[in-house]
Design a protein around this ligand. Structure first.
Ligand SMILES: C[S@@+](CC[C@H](N)C(=O)[O-])C[C@H]1O[C@@H](n2cnc3c(N)ncnc32)[C@H](O)[C@@H]1O
Length: 374
């Protein structure tokens, strides 16, 4: 894939831009093998390729420029807006909405936040697309000052972009280089975006986590589901479950499945999916994954872990090592922390693995491993 922003040096975040895709994929497999070393699996399944462009279901655009000519993209070294609205890795359905969204910025008078001057209101625009083509649009604002104007002009925006299902304002009062703050005000009746994967409707709230690449996420849950089926466990834990992707794909009548996640909102969303699917033996609990495992007093037949980049950490790894659990599926977006965690669980041996290319044009990927007790 070629990118004019990359070629012009305007944006260099996709560090593999210009590298042929087959070489990117082979490089990611090689990297995973090299970093995992002796902890790696005996067998690697063929890597799951992604579409090379338009794969990102979520765009986080920093807003710069002026209220009459806003930029959507990043900030340069001087803190001025660089427009990247044609970014080729963003889903086409999101890119197609940028025109109407920038027009809305002007109509609603949402002055872009000027980082060097610490003035202005609109910091970021975050847009997520569902597999059905619906959009969730979030305006990250410095204060509530512009909130009444967003509300006032919202009906016109929804008429312009009928595919927009959820609109919210996120408040980020601090002068910090982060995407969003803690407070979210949802302005539409619909509070969540429906992410339909593998026949299951997952419900994503504005601040919730969702895998970046919808098609590859579907492949990830399906592969994990197949490996769970082979083991045929009667009890499963899905630790770091988010809105329940792994848990709901692993659920079967008569199998108890427990999902654990710190975000109470994500747990509520997962519970909703569970009710809709009509699964009686699945439950989701809000809490820390490690604390849950240490306090549970029982050991399931199979544990799925899908932690943030930092990995599961030494305490949960030690618990898994000592617990006697026979099967673990570890889905990781960071092979370095994965290798560290595996080293702490020598009794759990990686038998199969697969690289799933969640992030083409970048060096990142997802690695799914099946571990079995020796
Ligand atoms: C990589 S995401 C995976 C989410 C989910 N498995 C999925 O497929 O969408 C990691 C999740 O772990 C949650 N999390 C972070 N720290 C946690 C902890 N200590 N205990 C439980 N969940 C945690 C985050 O809120 C996030 O939803």
């Amino acid at each position: 894939m070629q990118c004019s922003y990359f070629d012009a040096g305007r944006c260099t975040s996709c560090t593999l831009m210009g590298t042929p895709y087959a070489a990117q994929l082979a490089g990611k497999e090689e990297h995973a093998r090299a970093v995992l070393g002796s902890h790696g699996p005996a067998e690697w399944l063929p890597a799951v390729a992604s579409r090379e462009s338009g794969y990102r279901n979520k765009a986080k655009m920093v807003v710069g420029g002026t209220v009459t000519a806003p930029t959507l993209g990043i900030l340069d070294a001087a803190g001025r807006g660089v427009d990247l609205r044609e970014c080729g890795i963003i889903a086409p359905g999101i890119r197609a909405a940028f025109g109407a969204l920038t027009a809305f910025v002007t109509t609603a008078g949402l002055t872009p936040y000027d980082v060097p001057a610490r003035r202005g209101e609109l910091k970021n625009l975050v847009v997520t697309e569902s597999p059905d083509g619906q959009l969730m649009v979030r305006f990250v604002l410095r204060s509530r000052e512009a909130l009444p104007r967003v509300r006032k002009h919202l009906p016109a925006l929804l008429a312009d972009l009928p595919q927009v299902a959820v609109v919210s304002v996120n408040l980020l009062p601090e002068h910090k280089a982060v995407v969003e703050g803690e407070e979210e005000v949802v302005l539409t009746e619909q509070q969540t975006l429906t992410m339909r994967l593998g026949g299951i409707a997952l419900h994503l709230r504005p601040q919730g986590f969702f895998q970046t690449n919808t098609e590859v996420a579907a492949a990830l849950y399906a592969q994990a589901g197949r490996w769970v089926e082979e083991v045929a466990p009667s009890s499963v834990w899905d630790l770091y479950c988010g809105v329940g992707g792994f848990a709901l794909h692993a659920a079967r009548p008569g199998r108890t499945v427990t999902g654990i996640e710190t975000s109470a909102h994500a747990v509520a969303a997962a519970e909703r999916s569970r009710t809709e699917v009509g699964l009686a033996d699945v439950r989701f609990l809000a809490g820390d994954a490690t604390a849950f495992a240490l306090d549970a007093g029982t050991v399931p037949d199979l544990v799925v872990v899908n932690p943030p980049r930092r990995g599961i950490g030494p305490r949960l790894a030690q618990w898994l090592e000592d617990s006697g659990v026979r099967h673990v599926l570890y889905s990781s977006c960071n092979v370095t922390s994965l290798a560290r965690d595996l080293a702490a669980m020598p009794s759990l041996v990686a038998v199969r693995g697969q690289v799933l290319d969640m992030f083409p044009q970048t060096p990142h990927s997802e690695v799914l491993l099946q571990l079995t007790r020796r």
